[in-house]
Design a protein around this ligand. Structure first.
Ligand code: ATP
Ligand code: MG
Length: 581
């Protein structure tokens, strides 16, 4: 089904003018060098992400502006100005350098709840010249061990509750020298562990930020592990230019904004756009410690008067699942623009956003490896629901064939980018060969398949590994899943290729139902018919299986490789990022 375009009219209600006003003109005249001049460099070669994000504002009237409004699970609120974050991160940098002997390039990892100390700690470690690695607090011991072992982290910042989870694997980490415990009133059981609060109480508020080179390593994020074992993508201090530029032109962050990014700092979205993008643009961030809850989220938007909201398709689908009545009880007038990333955003969800909030979700595409948004729907452009939008002005994206040659508009192929943007990963940690293999014929190969239409909008087809080859046709799971979730009974769908002696593969769909629907044979048939009417015959699912829920990574991505492995009775492979039921 073709969805109508959603016009950009939503913006006209606001006095705030979008940062990016003429995509074409900016795209043609874009220069990273020019944009770099808007940032506070030490000199032409040296820059530090934490300095640009926080301390640079101290020279301006934003010094005492709120940088972070944090709301805990229990409703307690803490507020920090740019000046507060500067002083606290200075203290932590002093702790790392003077007490724990951290030197430039040493890895400092964080295994913490979404509490203010993770933000302060990351900023402090960057100021100290360390390479930060945030781990998602829901990880189990194996996931945490794999990443701490691979990165050879020297310091781990954690909390009493989380340390307990990984206690058994700590002896397996010879490189780990110190554990710093953020107590927040809790006891430390191991006398070898250090108290964050005690260390901070003794530390000085002034610190000379390490004058890191723009190419010095700064951030390590392990990929989500959707298709295989997570890889440590390494980013450098210059990446902040990418965070800043896309924060400005895609998220349209302005000084007056109160911005909410729902991602945890354990994922790249939670640092690039949960810290550096918004802060380098001088925006105020609201952070909610708790997990997903439709009521709490709607209330948070209303109470905190959120203007810009960045979230993920899985969260949007969960909101949709709770129905259209609930949001009616809240006021969303403050919202100016909504964004989504992480998985393909079904057109149904874009349209739903416009109905419920009066604003459509702006889908955008990027990866841990790219460090910042590469392809986006901009506030100043119409949205074609189901499309990821157009390349960021400083980025050249292309569709290439399997011999790495560019293909014409309308053809489906490998999504690739011309390397060289500031936030591009510089290696996979200790996997340089794998890193090199991602570059071919002057392109960075993303591992996704897509097509570009004649207006330059990109359309996601699927991950290369997930594309289904059925009777000579290539079918992307996204297209099929998007049709399935249009059926009134379907909450979520995951589609795979099931081996077939004749067709090579056939399309099989795993479907979870909305509350109130029973998994009957009639319903199965009805969904199948519904899909057949809307899809090419090769793409219509031959089989539909009802499941209670789909396997997802902790960042909410559907793990189709697990659906497939289960279907075939094969080993599940790396499941360290798999969400619990
Ligand atoms: P791994 O590389 O370990 O398998 P992952 O690819 O899920 O994990 P991330 O870097 O977190 O790890 O995710 C990036 C991928 O997510 C993209 O390559 C793409 O497949 C998908 N993705 C992100 N945003 C979008 C989007 N807007 N539309 C479609 N797909 C998206
Ligand atoms: Mg990937």
């Amino acid at each position: 089904m073709e969805y109508p375009r959603i016009t950009k009219s939503a913006l006209e209600d606001f006095s705030v003018k979008p940062n990016l006003q003429d995509y074409q003109k900016i795209y043609e005249n874009f220069s990273w060098d020019k944009l770099a001049q808007e940032l506070d460099w030490f000199d032409s070669e040296h820059i530090n992400i934490a300095h640009v994000a926080i301390d640079a504002h101290l020279k301006t009237d934003r010094k005492n502006k709120k940088a972070m409004i944090w709301e805990g699970k229990k409703g307690d609120v803490e507020e920090y100005t740019f000046s507060d974050l500067s002083q606290l991160s200075n203290k932590f940098a002093n702790v790392l350098v003077n007490k724990l002997g951290i030197q430039k390039g040493d890895r400092v990892f964080f295994f913490l709840e979404r509490i203010p100390e993770i933000y302060i700690g990351i900023l402090g470690a960057l100021k100290a010249g360390g390479v930060i690695g945030p781990l998602f607090s829901a990880f189990g011991p194996d996931a945490a061990r794999d990443r701490l072992e691979d990165s050879e982290a020297k310091v781990l910042v954690t909390s009493p509750a989380l340390k307990k989870k990984i206690e058994d694997v700590i002896p397996e980490l010879p490189a780990l020298e110190n554990i710093v415990m953020v107590q927040r009133g809790k006891e430390i059981s191991d006398s070898n562990d250090l108290s964050y609060e005690e260390l901070m109480a003794e530390a000085s508020e002034s610190f000379d930020i390490v004058k890191t080179h723009k190419e010095d390593y700064a951030i390590m994020h392990y990929t989500s592990g959707t298709t295989g074992k997570p890889k440590g993508a390494v980013h450098v201090h210059e990446a902040v230019l990418g965070h800043y530029a896309t924060g400005k032109y895609v998220l349209d962050l302005q000084k007056e904004d109160i911005y909410w990014c729902t991602a945890d700092p354990g994922w790249v979205t939670g640092t690039s756009y949960g810290m550096f993008g918004p802060w380098s643009n001088g925006a105020t961030q609201a952070i909610y410690e708790g997990g997903f809850s439709a009521k709490r989220w709607y209330k948070f938007i209303e109470q905190r008067k959120i203007t810009i909201w960045y979230t993920a398709p899985t969260a949007i689908r969960m909101l949709m699942k709770t129905g259209d009545q609930l949001p009616g009880a809240y006021n969303f007038d403050s919202l100016r623009t909504l964004y989504s990333v992480g998985e393909p955003l079904n057109p149904e969800a874009v349209v739903w956003g416009e109905t419920i909030f009066g604003k459509a979700f702006h889908d955008n595409w990027w990866q841990t490896e790219t460090g910042s948004i590469m392809i986006a729907n901009y506030p100043i452009q119409d949205i074609k629901p189901g499309s990821m939008g157009r390349p960021f002005p400083g980025i050249t994206a292309g569709i290439i064939d399997d011999s790495f040659n560019e293909m014409a508009s309308g053809e489906e192929g490998n999504l690739a980018l011309r390397p060289g943007w500031p936030s591009m990963f510089r290696t996979y940690w200790k996997k340089e060969e794998m890193y090199q293999s991602r570059f071919q014929n002057g392109w960075y190969i993303t591992g996704d398949r897509a097509k570009r239409d004649n207006e330059g909008y990109f359309w996601f087809v699927g991950r290369t590994d997930d594309v289904i080859n059925t009777a000579g046709h290539l079918v992307g799971p996204f297209e099929v899943e998007s049709v399935l979730i249009e059926h009134p009974a379907v909450a979520e769908a995951g589609v795979i290729g099931k081996p077939d002696p004749i067709a090579m593969e056939v399309v099989k769909a795993f479907v979870s139902l909305k509350v109130g629907y029973e998994p009957t044979d009639e319903l199965q048939l009805d969904i199948q018919k519904f899909a057949m009417k809307r899809l090419a015959s090769a793409a219509a699912p031959r089989e539909i299986e009802f499941v209670d829920s789909l396997p997802k990574t902790r960042s909410g991505k559907i793990m189709r490789r697990l659906l497939k492995a289960k279907e075939l009775g094969l080993p599940l492979g790396d499941t360290s990022t798999l969400e619990d039921d």
